[in-house]
Design a protein around this ligand. Structure first.
Ligand SMILES: Nc1nc2c(c(=O)[nH]1)N[C@@H](CN(C=O)c1ccc(C(=O)N[C@@H](CCC(=O)O)C(=O)O)cc1)CN2
Length: 294
């Protein structure tokens, strides 16, 4: 029987640690960690995620500011808000919920966020730090959550074969970089990859982030593999209701060593890592303001 690795339980532990850091920062430096959350338009899923982020922020003592902009907001209007938040010393983290409406260039907006406040880790400076292994940058939340889950069950990553399914900037590419950093041999696959089942079957670690319900079947998974399911797919059921399923057919993966469920797997880790990044950003800014010791 595969071990089901409950991300919601690990996320709770991460949040407890964030909560302690937030209190310490307030007591020692008089700094109240603050996250600005920006939502453009009314995408129902984004509304839910933003609400969850704010609730989780409040639960760990992080002040959360909400900016809701009209679907028709211009790119310049959104840029003006980002510049205002960049300049506000009371704001430590800025998050622009994705996806953005199609008339707004996401890369322009994400590139305008001050790298030290980029708690999503999407700014080119943070992406560059991650790719060069330079460290010190903010790391995208979902891949960070995946690796933190893997670290719960794997002591030594060196030489393990990892297959990342999906090459998005938000998950697939940064997840591959984080695994490379841990000395895995990494294969990134995508929609044009040939022979995906065979490639997946060679993996000690699978990170499935394709956005395709139950893409990874039981016979794609090597016995003893560790499987992280990033997919969140809403599917219609025959009785007219709907359900959320991952990218992995979990019921066919008893022979895996460890597998994450959907829901309550990677999703809650994404939110916990966002708040971990926020307190990290607030601590770094507080340090930068301290007078230098002679
Ligand atoms: N600016 C960002 N936008 C988006 C990101 C992101 O990291 N930064 N990621 C996704 C959405 N997302 C966070 O924003 C997110 C998705 C899902 C979950 C989650 O907890 N899911 C639940 C299941 C879903 C449900 O119950 O509705 C789970 O897995 O248990 C959290 C965050 C795109 N946009």
């Amino acid at each position: 029987m595969a071990q089901i690795l409950q991300g919601d339980l690990v996320a709770r532990e991460v949040l407890d640690s964030v909560s302690q850091r937030v209190s310490r920062l307030s007591d020692t430096n008089g700094v109240d960690a603050c996250l600005a959350v920006v939502l453009v338009g009314h995408d129902p899923a984004s509304e839910i995620y933003v609400r969850r982020k704010q609730k989780a922020a409040r639960s760990v003592g992080i002040r959360s500011l909400e900016y809701r902009l009209d679907e028709e907001t211009s790119q310049q209007g959104l840029l003006d808000l980002v510049h205002k938040l960049n300049a506000d010393p009371a704001v430590h983290g800025i998050l622009v919920q994705l996806p953005l409406p199609s008339h707004i260039a996401g890369d322009v907006i994400l590139g305008a966020i001050a790298p030290q406040k980029d708690v999503d880790g999407f700014h080119p400076v943070n992406v560059g730090r991650l790719s060069t292994g330079a460290g010190g940058g903010l790391v995208p939340c979902t891949p960070l959550g995946c690796v933190m889950l893997l670290e719960r069950v794997i002591d030594d990553f060196r030489g393990l074969k990892a297959v990342v399914i999906g090459k998005s900037n938000i998950v697939g590419k940064p997840a591959a970089l984080l695994l490379l950093d841990r000395e895995c041999t990494v294969t990134v696959t995508h929609i044009h990859t040939r022979g995906l089942p065979d490639i997946a079957r060679s993996a000690d670690i699978i990170i499935a982030a394709a956005g395709s319900p139950r893409l990874v079947r039981g016979d794609w998974v090597k016995p003893g593999a560790v499987v992280i399911d990033v997919g969140i797919n809403r599917i219609a059921l025959e009785d007219g209701t709907s359900a959320i399923v991952g990218d992995v057919a979990l019921d066919e993966c008893d022979h895996a060593a460890v597998i994450t469920p959907v829901p309550k797997g990677v999703g809650p880790m994404t939110i916990a890592c966002l708040l971990k990044n926020t307190v990290h950003a607030a601590e770094a800014m507080a340090r930068a303001r301290e007078p230098a010791v002679q």
